[in-house]
Design a protein around this ligand. Sequence first.
Ligand code: PHE
Length: 345
Amino acid sequence: MSLMMDRIDALRKEFKSAIAQATLVRDVEAIRLKFTGRKGSVPELMKELKDCSIDEKREFGPKLNDFRQEIEAAIATRAKELVDGAEKAKASAIENFDVSARVPSSRKKGTTHPYSQIVERVENTFLSMGYSIFDGPEIEDDYHNFGALNIPENHPARDMHDTLWLNRRSHLLRTHTSTIQIHAMESRKLPIAGIAPGRTFRHEAVDASHDVMFWQCEGLFIDKGITMSHLFGTAKAFLSSFFDTDDIDIRIRPGYFPFVEPGVEIDMRCVFCKDGCSVCKKSKWVEVFPGGMVHPNVLKSAGIDPEVYSGFAFGFGLSRLVMLMHGISDIRLLSSGKIPFLRQF
Ligand code: PHE
């Protein structure tokens, strides 16, 4: 009964062409069902063989079995090829990912916030001068914000800080980044040289130049033999690198902060004008850097011997610096989250 043989051959042809065209594992599975599934062509032929003569069964039974095995093997091979190929394609897509590809210019890009930009710039400037970056918590205890900084309870200087106290009366939102001086002295080995940019909070009446949240950057340098001139030199070096000019002039006025002695206010000759502008309010000088020599009491409270070590500290307003640089007249814009404002940076 060569009819059976013809049908097997026809099926084989059909199978071969189907499997060659399969490009997805899903296709292979469909082919498997069609040929060897429960209602597939091969089991159908086997069923028909039951009604055939013994001779035919003898001849075609093994042929059909071989055919079935041939199909199963071909299916397994093809499925593996496809799975391997898909994995390879995935890997090569990752490997060949073009990080330099241009994003279509029509796509709207985000920008970093002016605060983030200035923090990065200040950090890079000080890192290049060998400083480290310090950090500290925004929620503080009384000791780190005041006590350890030589501002004991009932000290009038506490009135200068309109403090936002938390429900737990011993805790507050830090009113300045000077708290980080104490954390640094408590946790680091001497000598210490670092800056700490961060958010600070005060219970202010909000207006164009005051907000309840603003940014400061603290600086601290402690070693043997540190003097005021190191502070002035550092201030000049920083300003010169930050404003990218060698032409930096500073002047010093006395300033009072309980945690420094002596305390100073460092002004910079306005880098934006020669004879007065809106930034320096026509005075040609811009107030930038309060600072001074770390008070011996502060060193002592952190367990540092003021007879052996000395240091300077400074803390400037990053919010003010951002406003100066970009000519922003209202501090509230900086934390407003207003997209048209932010898009400009
Ligand atoms: N912490 C002070 C302030 O917030 C600034 C300051 C820091 C002054 C370090 C001197 C030394 O006003």
